[in-house]
Every structure is written in structure tokens, then in C-alpha cells.
Design a protein around this ligand. Structure first.
Ligand code: MF3
Ligand code: CO
Ligand code: CO
Length: 253
């Protein structure tokens, strides 16, 4: 008796397409603002303003008590970093910006990791491999395949480089509900897990660490950091399963 995975209709997927496109366009809008000297609160406020001006709402704001509109996760922060006026970007940082907006009742959820100024070669490699992990995960989405195929593909991309895959946070079904079954682990075994079917809509959002995969959540109840203080990167797309494979919904055009 697993939880039920809802399959979306063509009409619902069209709404997800619109929300996903707008979320990607929001990241495009924020990208040039990611510069040394800028606070994460500035990025948050700009995201909130832009979202409202496009007749959408920010899903994180107030979600299970989350206090801001976007997540900003710098360096050793794995995910769910809270924007703050006192947190100023500096040269060499990496920052994941994770946006989720609701348009016409449906969610678009996407994130990218950006460089502030010039990254170290290790940071550059981690971020490039993490983006490649997302691509390999998406390529593993085939109707008739299994959810475990996705995580296996991601692990096989990250681990040969000496990087590790975060266990404690996973991708998720997404629709008019922000987080809904199925869970999409970014680790696993080919041929295991639920079957992938047309009409499923879910995120893949691998968090890849330079060192250990273990995470610690700070006293704010949200910010997840690496246990060893080493770097973590993440990329996320929302996608729909079609008869042909995966359609990425969070592309800007
Ligand atoms: N956008 C995140 C995800 O990819 C969730 C953020 S929930 C929040 O699932 F409450 F932290 F905003
Ligand atoms: Co997500
Ligand atoms: Co997200």
C-alpha cells in the first residue's frame, strides 16, 4: 500500500508548463544580480517583486513556516538557506537559488547554482558535475522504467569524481501541491522503485557534496549544511513524463 501517484491531464500539464517557464524566467531575471556585495535578502525581495508583477505567488513564503520567498544556499549550505540582509555575497562563493512560484494554481520549481566572481577549480568542478548529474537523471526518465534508474544514473555521475550524493533531501511530485508523491531519491539502484508512467510530473534536484553526504540542520530549523563544512551544489528541474521520455517544464522558452 504505497501512496497514490496522481497522473496529470494534458490540460494540467499545460498549466505546469506555464508555471515552469515563468519560474525559469525568474532565475534568468535574478542571474545578473548575483554579484559580490549583494545581499541574499536583495535577491529575495527582487524575486518577490518580479513574481507578483507576473501574477504569480512565491510558494516557499509561509510554507511550513518558511519565512522568505526563495531559498539561497551558499557554499556549505546544501539547501533551504534563508535570505538575510546581513548575508553578503563575496567573490569565490557558489550560491544555489531555488525558486518555486504558483501560477494559475500550479507550481514551477527550479534551481541553479551560480558563481560569484571567480570560483576555485574545485568549486567549478563540483558545480559542473552537479549540472551533469541533473542531465543524466533526466535522461534516465523513460516511461516503463523505474524511479531507481534516476538515482543510479546520478550516483554513477557524481561518485567516480569523488563527490557524494545527499540522502536526506529528494525530488518530489509537484502539481497544484508543492510536495506530493512520488519521492525521487538521487541515489538508488536500476530496476528498483515505482514504475515511471506518462502523466507523472516531478522534480529532479540532486544535491552533490564535495565531501561527506551527511547533512546537519541548523537551529533555524531550515538551513541544511554539510556535516564536514565542505561545498555543496544543486540544480533542479520540474519535468513531465510523456510517451517519449521527459519534457523539462522549467526552461525559460
Ligand atoms: N524549492 C524547494 C524544493 O525544491 C523547497 C523549498 S521549501 C521551503 O523542493 F519551505 F524551504 F521553501
Ligand atoms: Co523541489
Ligand atoms: Co526547489
Amino acid at each position: 500500500m504505497g501512496e497514490t501517484i496522481t497522473l496529470l491531464s494534458k490540460r494540467e500539464i499545460e498549466k505546469m508548463r506555464r508555471a515552469g517557464r515563468l519560474a525559469a524566467q525568474l532565475l534568468d531575471h535574478l542571474a545578473p544580480m548575483v554579484r559580490s556585495g549583494v545581499s541574499t535578502l536583495y535577491l529575495n525581495d527582487e524575486a518577490e517583486r518580479w513574481t507578483q508583477s507576473h501574477n504569480a505567488t512565491s510558494a516557499p513564503l509561509g510554507y511550513h513556516g518558511f519565512p522568505k520567498s526563495i531559498c539561497t544556499s551558499i557554499n556549505e549550505v546544501i539547501c533551504h538557506g534563508i535570505p538575510n540582509a546581513k548575508q553578503i555575497l563575496k567573490d569565490g562563493d557558489i550560491i544555489n537559488i531555488d525558486v518555486t512560484l504558483i501560477l494559475d494554481g500550479y507550481h514551477g520549481d527550479t534551481s541553479r547554482t551560480f558563481f560569484v566572481g571567480t570560483p576555485s577549480s574545485k568549486a567549478r568542478q563540483l558545480v559542473e558535475i552537479t549540472e551533469e548529474c541533473l542531465k543524466r537523471g533526466i535522461a534516465a526518465v523513460v516511461p516503463g522504467g523505474r524511479i531507481g534508474d534516476i538515482g543510479a544514473a546520478i550516483q554513477e555521475c557524481a561518485e567516480p569524481c569523488g563527490f557524494s550524493v545527499v540522502r536526506d533531501f529528494v525530488g518530489h511530485g509537484v502539481s497544484h501541491i508543492f510536495h506530493t508523491p512520488p519521492q525521487i531519491p538521487h541515489f538508488g539502484q536500476r530496476g528498483k522503485g515505482k514504475r515511471i508512467r506518462p502523466g507523472m510530473v516531478f522534480t529532479i534536484e540532486p544535491m552533490i557534496n564535495e565531501g561527506t553526504w551527511e547533512a546537519v540542520v541548523l537551529d533555524d530549523g531550515w538551513t541544511a549544511i554539510t556535516k564536514d563544512g565542505k561545498l555543496s551544489a544543486q540544480f533542479e528541474h520540474t519535468l513531465a513524463v510523456t510517451e517519449a521520455g521527459a519534457e523539462v517544464l522549467t526552461l525559460p522558452d
